[in-house]
Each structure stands twice: as C-alpha cells, then as structure tokens.
Design a protein around this ligand. Structure first.
Ligand code: PLP
Ligand code: COI
Length: 342
C-alpha cells in the first residue's frame, strides 16, 4: 500500500487542486441486484475485471462535493441530497443502479469524519473535496451494461480550482464539442470529460484557464466551461446563464439562481450567443471546484473580449461569491436544508 498523507504534509493556505491518498475511503459493492453493507477501507486501489464495461465502454459516473470547516470548528456539507439525486439520474442514463439518498449522505458523513483532521481550517480558503465514483467491475465483452458495481467515495483537501481563486482568468472558445444534445451532457460521466481533455490541454498550453464550449449544432451559443457552468451579468444588472440540453445541471448554479433572485438580479436561463458577450459587464464560472470564479476574458475567433477587469473581480461576482461561501462555511444563514451539519 502507498504511504498515506498526514495532516502535517499540508500548507492549508496554499493548497492546489490535487489528489492526496488520505487514510480512509468509503466503499460498497452492488451484486445480485442489491447493494451490500459497505464501509470504510484504507485501500485506495480498486479491483476490477479486465473486461469491465467501465474500462471499455465508459460505464462510469461520478460526483463532486465539498466539506467546509466552520468558525466554531464544526463541519458543513452543502446540499448533499442534490448530489445524490444527480448521481442517481446519471446512473439511470448509464443503466447503473441507484444508491439510496439516505445511505449516500451517511456514507459521505462517515468518510469525512474518518478523515476529519484533513478538513482544512476555517479561514484558510481550502475545503475537503469529496469525490463519489461508481463503476462497473464485472466482465462483459459486447456493448452491454455490467451487473456488478463499486461505489467508492474518496476525499482530498483542495484549494482553488482556477489559479488565483478570485483573480479573474482568461478563457477561450473551441471548435471541439464536449457533449451532444441527446448525449450525456446532463450526466456526470467520465466520457464527457474524456472529450474535453484534448481541447482543455490545448487551451492550457495557449495560456487559458479552460475552454468555453459552444453548442454542438450551430457553434454559436455558450454551453459551459470544461469544469463549471457559466454566468454573465448584463449591463442592466441581470444574471444570465445558458439554457441547453447538453450541459451539467450544476448544484452551484441551482443555488446561485436562488441567491440571485433574492439579490434582485432577475436571473434567467436563456440561450447566450457568443456574438453577444459584449453585453456582459461581468462573467463567471460556477461549480463545486470552481466555486464562483471571475472570467476575466473570453477569446473567440482570435478576438479577446474583456469583461469587468482582468485583475479584479466585479462587484456582483464578489457579492455572489460572499453570499454562497458565507452559507457554505456557516457564516450566513441559507435557505432551509442547504447546509448539513456533520
Ligand atoms: N459543469 C461541469 C462540466 C462540471 O464538471 C461541474 C462540476 O461539477 C459543473 C458544471 C458544476 O456543477 P456543480 O455546481 O454541481 O459542482
Ligand atoms: C466539480 O466541481 O466537482 C467537478 O467535478 C469539476 C472538475 C474538477 C471535474
């Protein structure tokens, strides 16, 4: 077994977004039509058949969520029921078994508590990232779903996903598509990310944070970023976010829509043409990993469109960030049921 991480290995204020092999993960197996009891294990390696459809046909789904250290030392989860529901929708799309929501939340709590000393301190800006994964593990040669599955939940301490956190970064459109209308864009499946690896790496090597994907039919309307949903604030002060059948229904977006309504931003999910982005005075990325990250600019067809500033977050973006993270870290009262205490 590899050597496990220790709390003293971490400089909480300067964490990147990377994997660390912590002492415990949760694991449960589905076999003969039912989920087993499951529990914690120290083994960070998974065992599967060489013929499993997860390896050959991408029968694999995952989730992303976080645990937040509060000022009083306690720990919050943020809307874990929504992650469970989305995981079960992804499971249904890929003919995989649902995992009950009450068991999912218990499992997440268990693995966070077992690794409690790795939940970064309040005020460090860092969090404990939680990554549930479900894969087929049995042998299938033809294009068919498996019958045996593993659900595994690992955790790892993380800092900002985009370098600089609240410092705006640059994005670029791509001729590549991430997901088709009618495909698996609404599901959190590895295949969508496989399709994004090549354009993502090209964007990085050209100095951009990530790709802004356009719709797969006309290549005109903004879909989302490779790792987060997109929003823009119009010059009239309205929050717009793309409406599309091929983007991930982000839980951060769902929450931002509620907060934006309360803030008087008249949020709407609409088609957003890449040709109209100069209408936005601010733009941003929203997601569990991305939190709320300002999009400083989008380069499209070689032309760079700068939003509020390339060095400072805009005022609305900052307000949304403060509201959302305030609720997540327990400093601000959120709507009923959003925060789950460990
Ligand atoms: N879109 C993509 C492609 C993502 O990978 C993520 C991250 O999970 C999101 C959007 C944001 O979703 P959420 O807010 O539920 O994390
Ligand atoms: C998340 O925000 O949880 C994601 O899954 C985004 C990325 C790290 C894949």
């Amino acid at each position: 077994m590899q050597e496990k991480a220790k709390p003293s290995d971490f400089d909480w204020e300067n964490l990147g977004f990377s994997y660390h092999d912590l002492p415990y993960r949760y694991r449960v197996t589905y076999e003969n039509g039912e989920w087993g009891e499951g529990g914690l294990t120290e083994d960070s390696n998974l065992v599967m058949s060489e013929a499993t459809p997860s390896l050959h046909y991408g029968q694999q789904i995952f989730e992303g969520m976080k645990a937040y250290r509060r000022k009083d030392g306690g720990i919050n989860l943020f809307r874990p029921d929504e992650n469970s529901k989305r995981m079960n929708r992804s499971a249904s799309r890929l003919l995989m078994p649902a995992f009950p929501t009450d068991r999912f939340i218990e499992a997440v709590k268990k693995v966070v508590l077992a690794n409690e000393e790795f939940v970064p301190p309040y005020g460090s800006g860092a969090t404990l990232y939680i990554r549930p994964l479900m894969i087929a593990v049995d042998s299938v040669v033809g294009v068919q779903p498996g019958k045996k599955y593993i659900l595994n939940i690992y955790v790892t301490p993380v800092g900002p996903y985009f370098k600089g956190g609240l410092i705006p970064t640059a994005f670029v459109t791509s001729l590549y598509d991430r997901a088709a209308h009618g495909g698996t864009g609404q599901s959190k499946v590895g295949g969508n990310y496989a399709a994004s690896l090549y354009p993502g790496q090209k964007a990085h090597s050209d100095g951009y944070s990530d790709v802004v994907y356009l719709d797969p039919t006309e290549h005109e309307y903004i879909e989302e970023l490779g790792s987060a949903n997109f929003f823009g604030i119009t010059k009239m002060g309205q929050l717009l976010t793309p409406k599309s059948p091929s983007i991930l229904p982000s839980i951060t977006k769902l929450s931002v829509l509620t907060l934006a309504e309360k803030m008087g931003l008249k949020p709407a999910q609409v088609q957003i043409s890449i040709n109209d982005i100069d209408e936005f005075s601010e733009a941003g990325a929203m997601g569990t990993a991305a939190v709320i990250s300002p999009v400083g600019s989008i380069t499209h067809n070689g032309e760079k469109h700068v939003f509020y500033s390339e060095t400072e977050p805009g005022p609305v973006t900052l307000k949304l960030y403060n509201q959302l993270t305030g609720i997540q870290f327990g400093d601000v009262e959120g709507p009923d049921g959003w925060v789950v205490d460990l």
